[in-house]
Ligand binder design. Structure first.
Ligand code: C2O
Ligand code: CU
Length: 545
């Protein structure tokens, strides 16, 4: 195994990823930031300099379990103090599993400002995948807002609540196209011919097969990704092999990654659209890229209109894809047949003291000033509420098909404590939002683990009937999973990674508004914490430069 070193500086820069000029948070001048490419077992060292003049930062390695290094998870408030302006923090961790992963800011709402990138972990030298391809490519999908991250986050936390609304653009590998005509003729602010916003072009050689590693880090949007006229074979999800299945469009939620195989088997005398369309919310914003057949000119538009994609409101095909995903034969790690503890998590939208919030079992999450990991390890009992949040909700009395009758909730930084090495089931139960006849899609992401996806359903989860239908034979393992509108999703994991781990909706604004929880497990087994993660809250004196 090798050591791979990266030197990154995080800075604001004026960027025009969709032709509209705004401040973006970049790494070494780029957004998406540089890709990390490594082999299984390698050690990654990222020397991260915070070059934002007035803002803290932290970076999370999404999908990397941080076994034996829980303090390197990069989750501000959970595993570390924020990195102060002009400070340098050294992240060091092992990528222990091959697959497609991501990294992104985990402080405030900096992710949506552009601070993200991809991680590709290849098999060890000499090993080969259970499928064949000629080339390997990574694509990150994102949505893009023209307001600053500060204005957006302030709106979410004000009594005069201002929702972030739909994004101005969808970016494919950092490029989108905003219609400059809508902001008048000023070409300094929006310039449709700026080369920075030329569509992302993926050039393919006729007859060759491409492995596309597609990751989504949208702030809000669920997407349908397709390549006009081409089938895709899904072979990997969140770092796990999938029993291959063929699709024409891939539904992908924020925090998920997929590998699909695409063969360039269509008429090579033209180009094709690759498109990313918003589903689950009524938005007309669309992203596109060009699937370019060599030697056709890469800038030549396809002769067709953009594929319309599925209807935004149609849940059935999205559920069908969720159901279709199974672990690949020969690579099945069946889950333990029973769990030790079941936590049902009702997801609701609430109003607390006039503020709009999201809650789990009527508790809306609030980050403490002292990171949990340090507080647990050093017994700083005043750092956060020591009581545990509830393991369920009033199942019989609650109608998930109507807005909450009492929209009030509790704001709390309490955490769940899981007994080390036990098997935990989580049932995520969706519900109606504050608006009648409305329920959203929430992609939930677990830090520090992969979980088995035991099942999905519509309506209220029935502990008796529904748990009998759990897939205990060949469920896929993932780190992010969608909870569909008015539906439930059940997952299982082993609490065997000593540390403190966030589990939250990956919609950045939802987490920011309280849609998350924290799990502690086996913290007594965690080795001595590096002082570099300290220095904030009750740990002020702990930092030794
Ligand atoms: Cu990718 Cu806690 O997030
Ligand atoms: Cu959500």
């Amino acid at each position: 195994a090798r050591v791979r070193r990266y030197k990154w500086e995080v800075k604001y820069e004026l960027k025009s990823p969709d032709c509209y000029k705004k401040l973006a948070i970049t790494i070494n001048g780029r957004s998406p930031g540089p890709s990390i490419v490594a082999r299984q077992g390698d050690t990654i060292i990222v020397e991260l300099k915070n070059g934002l003049f007035t803002e803290n930062v932290a970076i999370h390695w999404h999908g990397i379990r941080q076994i034996k290094t829980p303090w390197m998870d990069g989750t501000e408030g959970v595993t570390q103090c924020p990195i102060l302006p002009s400070d340098t923090f050294v992240y060091k961790f092992v990528v222990d599993r091959p697959g497609t992963y991501l990294y992104h800011a985990h402080y405030g709402m900096q992710r949506e400002a552009g601070l993200y990138g991809s991680i590709r972990v290849l098999l060890k030298e000499g090993e080969s995948e259970p499928f064949r391809y000629d080339y390997d490519r990574s694509i990150i999908l994102n949505d893009w807002y023209h307001k600053s991250t500060h204005e957006l986050s302030l709106g979410l936390t004000s009594i005069n609540f201002a929702w972030i609304n739909e994004p101005q653009s969808i970016l494919i590998q950092g490029r989108g196209k905003f219609d400059c005509n809508t902001v008048g003729t000023t070409t300094t602010l929006c310039n449709a011919s700026n080369p920075e916003c030329a569509p992302y072009t993926m050039t393919v050689v006729p007859g060759k097969t491409y492995r596309l590693r597609i990751g989504s880090l949208t702030a809000l949007s669920a997407l349908s990704f397709e390549i006009e006229g081409h089938n895709m074979t899904v072979v990997e999800a969140d770092g796990h092999y999938v029993e291959p299945f063929i699709i024409t469009n891939l539904f992908i939620y924020s925090g998920e990654t997929y590998s699909v195989l695409v063969t360039a088997d269509q008429d090579p005398s033209r180009n094709y659209w690759a498109s990313a369309k918003i589903v689950s919310r009524n938005s007309t914003t669309n992203g596109f890229a060009i699937f370019n057949y060599y030697p056709t000119h890469p800038r030549r538009d396809p002769p067709t209109i953009l594929p319309p994609g599925p209807h935004w409101d149609d849940v059935a095909p999205r559920l069908a894809q969720s159901y279709a995903i199974k672990a690949r034969r020969g690579f099945i790690y069946p889950p333990p047949q029973k769990s030790d503890r079941t936590i049902v998590m009702l997801n609701t939208q609430n109003t607390v003291g006039g503020y709009r919030r999201w809650s789990v079992n009527n508790v809306s999450f609030n980050m403490p000033h002292t990171p949990y990991l340090i507080a647990y390890k050093h017994n700083l009992l005043h750092a956060f509420d020591q009581r545990q949040p509830p393991d369920g909700y009033d199942f019989v009395g609650y109608n998930i098909f109507a807005p909450p009758p009492n929209p009030n909730a509790t704001i709390s930084n309490a955490a769940y404590r899981l007994e080390f090495n036990t098997i935990v089931d989580i049932v995520l139960q969706n519900a109606n939002t504050m608006n009648a006849k409305n329920s959203e899609t929430h992609p939930w992401h677990l830090h520090g683990h992969d979980f088995w996806v035991l099942g999905y359903g519509l309506g209220k989860f029935d502990a008796g009937k529904d748990s009998e239908r759990f897939n205990l034979v060949d469920p896929i393992m993932k780190n992010t999973v969608a909870v569909h509108p008015f539906g439930w999703t059940a997952l299982r994991f082993r609490a065997d990674n000593p540390g403190v781990w966030a589990f939250h909706c990956h919609i950045e604004s939802h987490f920011f508004m309280g849609m998350g929880v924290v799990f502690e497990e086996g913290v007594e087994r965690v080795g001595e914490l590096p002082s570099s993660i300290m220095g904030c809250g009750d740990t002020k004196g702990f930092y030794k430069p």
